[in-house]
Design a protein around this ligand. Structure first.
Ligand SMILES: *Cc1c(COP(=O)(O)O)cnc(C)c1O
Length: 359
């Protein structure tokens, strides 16, 4: 059955292992973030086996499935929780990221109800402008209140996120600021913080380059253990032992024809309300595949394994590729395989029409 997404366990294990070992050498532990593959359990299990300390997601349903299906997995909730999900948070998450004292108070109350403890990581906004305290005094005051006044909520540490909204780069300067704040809190509470979390995959290049400030002892890595393209391709700091083919999309060919490259008729809007432009390159051989934007988002995020073919477009339910002189001769019913980038993985792993095959 197609389209299908092949999930390669061994490759995911190796990808995660490469990151965990690299980070370990610099005293950094890793939370494997699995929201990008919709919490796929085979991938999650492989990442945990590779030495990740916790599994993290921004979606409660994924964390609950991990708690249910992977015995012993420690879980970290990445999205600042909704008040309406605090009961589920306390039931399923060991750690969470926090930026509102009111919510933390409600967690304390819910922990009391459930007879549980819960570890929080306070988020500092160092300029990316998504979650976190803008003001370090405010964060430090909340840290002290948790430490001194709360019985069930434990202060595990502090963290930050860069790169996600504001596209701010992780640097020794901004992450160094986080370490300074951690030292101030440690001086006030008289103990070491378990976690000083220096960000996501976009912080990994600093580890590869040996420029991560001392004191950062934790990272939350998703892309860098799943599709593994960002660090090598955006930051030119590839991690030894990783490959980009742990997730492969396979789709079936449903039409093979030669057609003009320039549409015939008066041009207006495409299926998504855009006005695309076309170049007339004459008549070409092309194929239609039965997979579309509803499944993978944007076709720009797919990379054909057969490098002689080129993706030229897509609509909700179709992918259009052009065949070159060098291509082998495909026939109807054959399939094409694609490596996928992170955004496509996000959609493909959620699409009910894409079957997931663990290999
Ligand atoms: C998604 C997310 C991560 C992981 O991001 P990657 O870029 O995939 O490594 C880390 N931290 C938070 C808060 C997140 O939401």
């Amino acid at each position: 059955m197609y389209p299908r997404l092949n999930v390669y366990k061994e490759r995911t294990y190796n990808n995660a292992k490469a990151v965990v070992e690299l980070c370990e050498k610099q005293g950094i532990s890793v939370t494997g973030v699995v929201k990008g593959c919709s919490g796929n359990l085979a991938a999650s299990t492989a990442i945990l086996k590779a030495g990740a300390k916790h599994l993290g997601s921004s979606r409660m349903s994924q964390i609950e499935a991990i708690k249910r299906e992977i015995p012993g997995a420690k879980t970290l909730m990445l999205r600042i929780p909704m008040i309406s999900e605090i009961e589920r948070l306390v039931a399923s998450c060991d750690y969470s990221l926090q930026s509102e004292y009111e919510i933390i108070e409600r967690i304390e109350h819910e922990c009391h109800n459930q007879g549980k403890t819960h570890d929080v990581i306070l988020m500092m906004d160092l300029g990316d402008l998504r979650e976190g305290y803008m003001n370090e005094e405010e964060l430090i005051a909340v840290a002290e209140k948790i430490e001194n006044d709360m019985k069930f909520v434990k202060l595990a540490g502090i963290g930050t996120n860069v790169g996600c909204y504001g596209s701010v780069k992780a640097t020794p300067e901004n992450l160094g600021k986080l370490v300074q704040i951690a030292y101030k809190i440690e001086a006030l509470i008289g103990r070491k913080l378990e976690i000083v979390s220096g960000g996501a995959t976009s912080s990994l290049p600093l580890v590869v380059q040996g420029e991560m400030p001392t004191g950062i002892n934790h990272l939350r890595i998703g892309e860098g253990v799943l599709t593994c393209r960002e660090v090598g391709e955006f930051y030119h700091s590839p991690i030894e032992g990783q490959s980009t083919d742990a997730f492969i999309l396979e789709a079936e060919i449903v039409e093979i024809k030669t057609k003009p490259t320039y549409p015939i008729g008066e041009l207006a809007y495409d299926a998504f309300g855009n006005t695309p432009s076309f170049e007339d390159r004459g008549i070409k051989k092309r194929m239609l595949l039965a997979v579309g934007r509803q499944d993978f988002g944007q076709h720009e995020k797919l990379i054909p394994l057969d490098q002689t073919i080129e993706i030229i477009g897509s609509s909700s339910d179709h992918l259009i590729v052009e065949v070159s002189e060098q291509s082998k001769s495909y026939k109807l019913g054959d399939t094409l395989s694609f490596e996928i980038m992170y955004p496509s993985m996000l959609y493909l792993t959620e699409s009910p029409d894409v079957i997931k095959v663990v290999l």
